[in-house]
Design a protein around this ligand. Structure first.
Ligand code: AMP
Ligand code: MN
Ligand code: MN
Length: 321
């Protein structure tokens, strides 16, 4: 990992912006806030942080996250000295903030998605890392930065959520080592667990139960999918981020080899979330302009929910058999 230039880039930059990806998860938010907290402590510099979609309520506890700007209100004519994308697999995942990225004097891309094509001036891409949070932890160690309690909370949250509470196959010795050091700095695992996994509104749990109930199984139960329509979200009065963890519930079935959720996101726009136990779903999603990891990936498809289901099933069948 070559991150030696990062100290100099940060030192010579007055205005810094850190950007998280659309539909943010614990990794992109924990990485963004961890980096902002660490730059504040180690360089005595303020960084702007940017949200592309609404902040999921469960992540409101992250230090500095509430000070983030949002995509509607940020001044898009601004020329930042430095823009850093964290956990952003492809440049279109920051939507309209691409204009800020393009105008910046320097750009940095810190990520662990194997489909990331290295779209910045400085690219720190480590597909073997469990999470972008783990990469940022390694950068801080390598560059000799102090890690405060607040920074540790952010990075721990990033690693915890992207490893599915240290359950997925990206739970490596290095991920656990980072988590161990962060806990040593005062992070309380039970406290962060409560924020991330035991703070769901009733509406989300009931909507997900409904979506699991209507799941469709095929190929001897090897393939399972469900759909989430706007009308479902309205019926349960749930938020837009109501599908977090839903695909994993379908993968949790013994017979499942591939699970996916198709969510209606707009008129003829569907968001797909895929999980597998072996099949490369990043390749499936890449066929639709998306990407991700071997066992967890996503894409946005410009077609109705039903049509998208058909397209994904076709692609899965092509890759599986
Ligand atoms: P999700 O199902 O939304 O939790 O996403 C699963 C994984 O795939 C995450 O690591 C995402 O960052 C990644 N991912 C989701 N959608 C896309 C996309 N359109 N392009 C690239 N990567 C994606
Ligand atoms: Mn992410
Ligand atoms: Mn990630």
């Amino acid at each position: 990992m070559d991150c030696s230039k990062l100290n100099d880039i940060i030192k010579s930059s007055k205005n810094i912006l850190i950007i998280s990806h659309i539909n943010p998860d614990g990794d992109t938010l924990g990485s963004m806030c961890g980096l902002a907290n660490a730059i504040k402590d180690n360089f005595k510099k303020h960084c702007d942080t940017l949200l592309i979609s609404n902040l999921p309520k469960i992540y409101e506890f992250l230090p500095l996250v509430k000070e983030s700007k949002n995509i509607e209100s940020i001044d898009k004519s601004r020329e930042y000295d430095l823009v850093i994308n964290v956990d952003v697999a492809a440049i279109d995942r920051i939507c309209d903030a691409q204009i800020l990225f393009e105008k910046a004097k320097s750009t940095v891309n810190i990520d662990h998605h194997k489909t990331n094509n290295g779209y910045a001036d400085l690219n720190i891409i480590e597909p073997d890392a469990s999470s972008t949070g783990e990469i940022i932890y390694r950068i801080m160690k390598k560059l000799g930065w102090e890690i405060s309690y607040d920074t540790a909370v952010c990075l721990y949250t990033a690693i915890l959520t992207d490893t599915g509470s240290f359950r997925f196959d990206n739970t490596s010795p290095k991920a656990l080592e980072a988590a161990s050091v962060l806990v040593g700095l005062g992070v309380k695992p039970s406290e962060i667990y409560k924020y991330c996994y035991e703070s769901n509104p009733k509406s989300l749990v009931l909507l997900q139960a409904y979506c699991v109930e209507k799941a469709v199984f095929s190929e001897d139960n090897k393939i399972v999918y469900t759909t989430v329509y706007k009308k479902d979200i309205e019926k349960f009065n749930a938020g837009e981020d109501c599908t977090e963890g839903l695909t994993e519930k379908l993968r949790a079935i013994t017979t499942t080899e591939v699970a996916f959720v198709v969510k209606q996101s707009g008129h003829n726009i569907s968001k797909v979330s895929m999980r597998s136990k072996g099949l490369d779903v990043a390749a499936v999603c890449a066929a639709f302009g998306g990407g991700g990891h071997t066992l967890a990936a996503g894409c946005v498809v410009k077609s109705s929910v039903e049509e998208t289901v058909r397209k994904i099933l076709d692609e899965v069948n092509k890759k599986m058999y």
